[in-house]
Each structure stands twice: as C-alpha cells, then as structure tokens.
Ligand binder design. Sequence first.
Ligand SMILES: [Zn+2]
Length: 475
Amino acid sequence: MVGHLRFVMIRIFAFMLFFSFLPIHTQASEAKNHPLYQMDVTYHPNQDLVTGHMVLTLPVTSTDSLKEIYFHLYPNVFQKWKYGDESKPTKPGNIQVSDVRANGTSVKESVKDTIMKVPLPKPVSKGQTVKVEMDFRLELPRGGTRLNTFKHTAFLAQWYPMLAVKDQEGWHTDPYTTTGDPFYSQMSDFEITFRLPHGYHVISTAKDSNTKYRSPVVLKQKNVRDFAAVITKDYQVVRGKQGNVEVNLWYLKGMEEVVKELHDAAVSGMKFYSEKFGPYPYEEIDVVLGETGYGIAGMEYPGLVTSIPLIPTDNGEKPAVNVVVHELAHQWWYGVVGNDQVKEPWLDEGLTTFSEFFYMQKMMKEDERELLKRAAKRTDEIHQAVGISSAESLYHYPESIYGMMVYIRPAAMMYDLIEQVGEEKVVEILRTYYQQYRFHTATTQDFIRTANEVTKKDLTPFFEKWLYFKGKSVT
Ligand SMILES: [Zn+2]
C-alpha cells in the first residue's frame, strides 16, 4: 500500500529535519497442495450486497492433524469501526456466514470480530483433504477502506472468508489494524462465478479482458494469494502490452488527462521490473484509478492494483506515476514473493519502495538519494528516542513513524547496499531472491541469506545495522 501520509511526509521531510526532535510516543512450494476456492457470487447493487456460496478444498500438509480451520472475515471490521472518525465508513458493512459444512457434516462456526473458527467433525491428517462449504452474505460498506462501494462501482477487497495461514507457529489469526496492510495469506487457486445485473462487468485478479456485459462470468486464476474484484458499470479502459502481458489502465470520467501518462508508466514499470527482477508470471495486470478509502493512495492485490490519478506536489498536482509504479512493484514483492505482512511489513514495503525510487531515478530522472540519506539519519534519531526498529510487526508502529521506518529506511538501506557492492550486485540479489522464493513466503533471514550468497560476503552486520539498529548507527 501507499498512504497519502507517506507522500505528505516526503514533502515535509526536508523541512522537518531542521527542527529539534520532538518525542514520539509508541502506541502501541510451488503450485502444489494449494487451497482451492470455488465461489458462486451474486451482486445486488441496489442493496450494496454480495451473496455467495463458497467451497474451500484444502489439502492438509502439516504433520499434526487438523481439528479446526480459521478464516479471516475482514469485512466485519466495518461494522463497528474502531479507528477514528476520519476513516469511518459512512455506511457500515459486514459479512455473515451460514450453513457451514465440513467434509459433508454440518458444523457450528464461531465468530469473534474478524476471525471465524470452523471445527472439523473429526481430525484430518496429512495427505487428506478438507472441504469446507458455506453461504455468505457480504454487506458492502460505503466509504470503507479498500472494501468500498460508490456510485456504480463495488471494490471487493479482502471480501470473502479468507483462509488464515497455518505454519510452524500455528494459525495466524492476527487482528485487523489500520496501520499498513494487516493481511497474510498463502498461494491459492480460485474459480469464481460472478452473477451480475445488467450493464456491469468485472475487473479482477484473473484475466478478464471482456468489458461487454455477460452474466454469469466465470473467472479462474491459479497461484495467487488473494482475489480482488472491481464490479462496475462506469470504468473505461486503455489497453496495452508489455511482452506477452496485457497492461490495462481503468479510469472514470474526468480522469482523461492522466490516462496516457499513467498507462505509459504502467507499461514501462512492468518492463523495468521484469527486466531487473524476473518475469511477471501472469497474463494480465490491471491498474484501476481511484481512491479506495481514506488515506489510501494506492493498494496492491495480485494482478490488480489501485492508484489515485493525481498526487499533490509543491508545484501543484501531477499524474501519480510513483504510486502506480510502487503498487506494480508489489507484484514482485508481496504478490509473487510473499511475506508475512503483519510480522515483517518492511520486507515487501521496503523492497517495493526501493523499486519505486529505483524506477523513478532511472526512468523519470528523479533522484532522491540525498533525501534518503537524511531520512536514514532521522530514523536513527527516532530509534534512539523510542527504541523501535525497521523490522517489527505492524502493531508496534505508531502511524506517524510507520512510513519512515518500514518504507523509507529500508529503501535507504538498499541504496547504501549499492554503494557497498555495486548496482549490478544489488539487482542480482533481488533477481535471485525473486527466483528462489517465487510462489513462496520469504522472511528477512531468507533475504539476508540470499544477499550473502550472491555477494559471497557476510552482509549480516550490514542488514542488522540498518534493520535492527545493531552496532553503530548508519549515519
Ligand atoms: Zn506498498
């Protein structure tokens, strides 16, 4: 994600540096054994409602047998919004699940806020499969963050019962928060039938090139962590190609002046990242222009990103090229190479912010390296004052320093790494990391190990200094 705050921060950053430090208070395997989601959903725009039936087929891969399954019901966060009036939906939303069956037997789910537990009638061991079926009724919020509906468009983000991740640490039932992107999911396959009222079409994670009205429309996508969909009557499209990948820019009336520049940036961004980091593995990418909630300048989903059309600068507004290329870089860092975005948000946001700055430097001649150096100094001061590092879980960051610590400092780290080992080596580290962890979930330690292997150096102290503030400061 990119928040507006980050851009505001970058703009006021140089200014901030000249002021004395104010204390900040902390608040707080490739393509096998994938879960398969099969859904049949109907959109009822007059009621801001999506009704659906979902069948999740889950191969059990853990050595201990499964006794229950956890799902995230993220839309429930919009029922009683706890995160302040500014971002509060104008109309609440929620998701209700009913008629839950596990391997053919009716079971009683229990729901607490955004977490649902589904007990299994009997334990299921490794090598066997669990099939969970349910009906759901999704009431869409108006003015919601990411999940939203306005005029003749519904943004379906984290909108269905999403399987929680289970790994060596157990089930990840992390609660929602408005700092960062509190989502963590595993590679899955999707087959979704959308039933649409007349005039609507779907823009989604899957390849969906048809804007003509059809219903039902069946969309399938393998090897993705999530499935986002925009159901709309209003969006128009500009199409293009980068290699074999279709690059679509979707826009609304009134945005015409930025369409060409942002579509060109999307095609060029896909080319730049594919050449630097490795090929984008899907057939299509959709860039959807529009603000999808308070403070959200852009957001990434597999095969689909959103961006505001214009970004404010000191010299007035300009087309939001940096937001578009930031979100596209997330296809590499988050989409294909996954990470636990709750536990280690820097790993996708830091690499993505570096990728964005790298693109802007090479392709747009916007060199922010001096700014990044000053930001590094600033984060050293913040660390000294409040003890927080760049590699902590989302919940540890006050919103005011999240962008600096998790986006900006790791980007500065990557530029310092260029000074240490050269640009070609840094690109090779990222290429190798992409190659080794594509369709998997990587950790900070995996990234450091890859960098050490590629450079044949022990860069561990370098990364520990930048990410964990170990040893002497970077500035
Ligand atoms: Zn981001």
